[in-house]
Design a protein around this ligand. Structure first.
Ligand code: C5P
Length: 225
């Protein structure tokens, strides 16, 4: 299975002065934990890290330090996640029929979840990992007033990995570019194109590290594994 790791973000919401994937949890950069899980997942054979060239020296040092054996390519990132994934798709080897996309910032993923997604995408054209939400969710307007309370029974929090048929996802990205759609995950492009996306159970611990609090939670989870 081919795996793209969007890793071209900044550390803005983290309040960091560099790519948050270089911040350390339990003595390893976030990206190292993500790569260790991918290396341990028997289904993954090729990894593309979509990132800014200014981070490549640091990322290469992480890879050398972990002594990873899988094929890892570097692909130039874009100014949004959507653009980064677009670039990643163009850089996939010709023979790639399916792809998993996993945010570098979800460094607590287990190899087992990679393997489950890799197996499932062979039987459908689009899937994402997700978990049912525990909170009641409110739709709020820009005045801070609640507009609606959707039925929680139908609400899931989207995670990555997200897996797709490569040809279809490329078409959806092209359509998104033409129409000017701006989305925060790839499933949304599939949905907007009227294609089905299956949700498979993700992991409660598969957090996206976004704030300093998330770093502390990640530290706790990794220490206790
Ligand atoms: O910022 P956020 O954590 O939501 O980004 C999700 C993932 O997308 C991160 O792993 C980040 O590095 C990546 N990203 C990217 N290119 C961008 C912005 C974010 O690859 N321009």
């Amino acid at each position: 299975m081919y795996l793209l790791i969007p890793a071209a973000g900044s550390g803005k919401r983290m309040g960091a002065d560099r790519n948050k994937l270089l911040l350390e949890v339990h003595s390893q950069p976030l990206l190292a934990w993500t790569l260790l899980a991918a290396e341990a997942a028997s289904s993954i054979s090729w990894i593309g890290i979509v990132s800014q060239p200014t981070d490549w020296d640091d990322f290469k040092a992480i890879i050398a330090n972990l002594n990873l054996k899988k094929t890892i390519e570097f692909i130039i990132g874009g100014s949004t996640r959507q653009e980064s994934v677009y670039n990643g798709l163009q850089a996939l080897p010709k023979e790639a029929n399916h792809v998993l996309i996993h945010d570098g910032a979800r460094c607590l993923i287990t190899p087992d979840l990679f393997n489950k997604c890799a197996e499932s995408i062979l039987h459908c054209s689009g899937l994402i990992a997700g978990v049912p939400v525990k909170d009641t969710i409110k739709i709020v307007d820009d005045q801070g007033m609640i507009q609606d309370t959707p039925n929680r029974a139908f609400l899931w929090a989207a995670q990555t990995p997200q897996g797709f048929d490569v040809k279809l996802l490329k078409k959806c990205h092209d359509q998104g570019l033409r129409q000017g759609w701006e989305v925060t995950d790839d499933a949304a492009l599939f949905e907007k194109c009227g294609l089905e996306v299956k949700i498979i159970p993700g992991e409660e611990t598969n957090l996206k590290i976004t704030t300093p609090q998330d770093l502390a939670i990640a530290e706790f989870i990794i220490k206790n594994r």
